[in-house]
Design a protein around this ligand. Structure first.
Ligand code: TNX
Length: 501
């Protein structure tokens, strides 16, 4: 059981084993919403991992000898929407959870402790031994997100889905999509069609760019939801808006004639913050995207608006906050937004300026921690890294892991910390495999910073558990960076046992 990531709160081993084999069946609470789907998900993942197909909620249980039961329980021990407990004995595996979301997190733990190799591949009925014991678990931080910049370079629906699969395995519960920037607008807006026709037509380096139709975006949202992850859409403004202003020059406020931009500079564009048309535009955009997005958050960017006057910037974020709220969402923005007089329900994403984070605290607002020098997945591992930037720091795998989000900024009380997010900006990457090179293995460490308590984290211990992730990453064909700090476990190239029906 040593290799679980993120490490659970409590693990109490009882030194025996549950034999998983073809006589095992999965059952779930059937009246509780979403539990059967979680059971089905587990069955599919066990099939992918060891090629064993287990039935789910099948009533004809003639040959069943041992069961995995995913049980909806209202026990107060399971308070918190992601708390779960796993009881593994010789005869059964019982996963108790109050919500399907919590059960889903528990299923990720179970996926990790099913061994790849059975005890005897030569018998007709191989058995995979899961160590017995009890696992009591819940997250340390409520929000555990990744971010993908699909604006600087466009990433396909398929690439985004694979990233969701990988993050969900490590118990992330949010993926923030950076859907617009100077170089590209990536989501169809029906009332303003040129945004994607023109604004979506290129990317950094001059490639063809791309965008998600609303149907495709909805498909990403529902794919994530099945893995109990929320999509947080971001439309970055009033800066980082060149692509929008090329599409509709009336939005532009920087006094220049806008042209498509394929370079990597930041901070040169702005909306005209004193024009009502701009707010009518934003209202349409927030309305259309919010209608497609479950969950409480809408991200308005707000970073690096270097050519917006400070008073215009403040006027802008305060007015946009009202629009976001009108469409039923909480506003999230990069830490600069806290210069405005904002509501305590709005959220600051801290990336660079501590003073802005402290201003959030003064307002009683919550903070998502993404400090660039620790949590930016687009920073190079070291000076030899093939991709990435290094303006904030070089971030090797240990530097990424060794810090404590709740204590990162002195003077921020714990209750103001909503969570942690690891942003992956895409100026220097354009393919799924390049994305994976920067994200892995560091994204695995951030999952532990979000889920596991500080007392339970230790680099020397984590290093060993991270090394054990190699077989999973290889099975998923993830192009992870094989950091020399880690003694990667060689994958066992044994043939998988094939079961006869
Ligand atoms: C800063 S972080 C930015 C992004 C860049 C990133 C590159 C932030 C809120 N703004 O526009 O892509 O640096 O690392």
């Amino acid at each position: 059981m040593e290799s679980m990531v993120p490490k659970p709160l409590e693990v109490i081993p009882t030194h025996s084993a549950f034999g998983l084999n073809q006589y095992t069946a999965i059952y779930t609470s059937q009246t509780a919403n979403g539990f059967e789907e979680v059971g089905q998900f587990l069955a599919d993942k066990i099939k992918d991992k060891i090629n064993l197909r287990l039935s789910v909620n099948e009533s004809d249980a003639g040959s069943v000898e041992r069961i995995i039961y995913i049980n909806q329980s209202d026990s107060t021990a399971l308070d918190g929407k992601e708390s779960y407990q796993l009881y593994i004995t010789k005869d059964s595996v019982i996963l108790n959870a109050k919500t399907a979301e919590a059960a889903f997190r528990g299923v990720q733990t179970l996926r990790q402790i099913v061994p790849e190799i059975s005890n005897d591949t030569l018998t007709e009925h191989p058995m995979w031994l899961i160590p017995t014991g009890k696992i009591i678990d819940r997250p340390n931080l409520e929000y555990r997100g990744g971010m993908l910049d699909v604006a600087r370079h466009f990433f396909t629906v398929k690439e985004v889905k694979k990233y969701i699969d990988l993050l969900a395995y490590y118990k992330y519960n949010a993926l923030h999509l950076h859907l617009s920037d100077d170089q590209g607008w990536r989501i169809e807006i029906k009332s303003w069609p040129k945004l994607t026709e023109i604004g979506g037509s290129t990317e950094v380096g001059g490639g063809e760019g791309g965008f998600y139709t609303q149907e495709e975006y909805a498909e990403i949202v529902s794919y994530a939801l099945k893995q109990h992850m929320l999509i947080i859409p971001e439309i970055d403004m009033p800066g980082h808006t060149n692509a929008a202003s090329v599409s509709y020059p009336i939005l532009n406020g920087n006094g220049k004639t806008p042209k498509l931009y394929t370079g990597m500079r930041v901070g040169f564009s702005t909306f005209d913050t004193r024009k009502d048309t701009v707010y009518a535009f934003i209202d349409d955009v927030v309305r259309e995207i919010s209608a497609l997005t479950p969950g409480p958050f809408f991200h308005i960017g707000g970073d690096e608006s270097h050519v917006t006057k400070k008073k215009d910037y403040i006027y802008f974020v305060e007015r946009v906050e009202k629009i976001v709220q009108k469409h039923g969402k909480r506003m999230v923005g990069w830490d600069e937004i806290m210069q405005g007089d904002l509501d305590k329900t709005s959220v600051a994403q801290h990336w660079n300026t501590e003073k802005n984070a402290l201003m959030a605290v003064e307002k009683g607002a919550q903070i998502i921690l993404s400090p660039a020098k620790k949590a930016y997945l687009d920073m190079q591992y070291d000076s030899l890294s093939k991709h990435g930037l290094h303006w904030a720091a070089y971030i090797p795998v240990d530097t990424a892991y060794i810090w404590t989000p709740k204590k990162f900024i002195a003077g921020i009380p714990e209750e103001n910390i909503l969570g942690i997010e690891a942003p992956l900006w895409s100026e220097t990457i354009s393919t799924g495999s390049e994305l994976e090179y920067l994200a892995f293995p560091r994204a695995i460490g951030y999952s532990e910073l979000g889920w596991t308590t500080a007392e339970n984290r230790d680099w020397e211990n984590y290093k060993i558990r991270l090394a054990d992730q190699a077989p999973f990453l290889e099975r998923m064909e993830v192009n992870y960076y094989p950091s020399k700090l880690i003694d990667w476990k060689k994958s066992k190239h044994t043939e998988r046992p094939i079961l006869k029906d």
